[in-house]
Design a protein around this ligand. Sequence first.
Ligand code: PGA
Length: 256
Amino acid sequence: MRTPFIAGNWKMNLNHMEAIKFIEELSYKIENKNNIKIAVCPSFTSIRSVILVLEDESKKNIKMKIKVGAQNMYFEDNGAYTGEVSPQMLKALGVEYVIIGHSERRELFGETDESVNKKLKTAFKYEIKPILCVGETLKIREEGRAIDFTIGQIRKDLKDITADKINNLTIAYEPIWAIGTGRNATPKDANEMCMAIRNEISILYGSKTAENLIIQYGGSVKPSNIGELMMMPDIDGALVGGASIKVDDFLAIVNY
Ligand code: PGA
């Protein structure tokens, strides 16, 4: 049985003061009716503040544990890489997840499958659980190459990564044309891709590993469409952008 996993990608939103207010309200109101895994991925500058609030809340023993992820990291351990953040730094903060290869990083900041592959290897080395983002552009979908393209990304991104690591991997299928556009993939199309991804993992790593893999859908997920997405057999959760920085929307999504 796969435990559903819903993560909020705050992107470049919420400074540390806003993040504190957000996470206090979220952890006060959250009920986790569905008994799922929930994570938030704040900006680097807000991570420490969010973690401190969550530690404080859990001491009071009143709320479920919301996990914390980062939105990116560098693949080197440390050194002369001005402006980058290392896996060691994230680990020291208590970060449990890291988003790797988000399409905004690939499209706007020159992230390649090669750098994604290096980052995944480093994340596994430090036992930070990566959420690997893959997905096609509108042009590729219209040309009928969406599945081939996305599976190709997975092959390159997971090159030389061994099966024992895959238990700690989450894959997020995020069609680029659906991100921040209000236009989400139909549950059927999203599921078709998630099924193809699971099939590829089965070819690469065996059916048991594939069965256990958590595959999220991302792209304009909101309270009104999460229910039908979560009903699909190969969709195990969501990576939520815009709707994850509004407390009530995020709560409605985790209570789908
Ligand atoms: P969105 O973003 O929900 O705002 O479309 C999703 C993502 O980029 O992870």
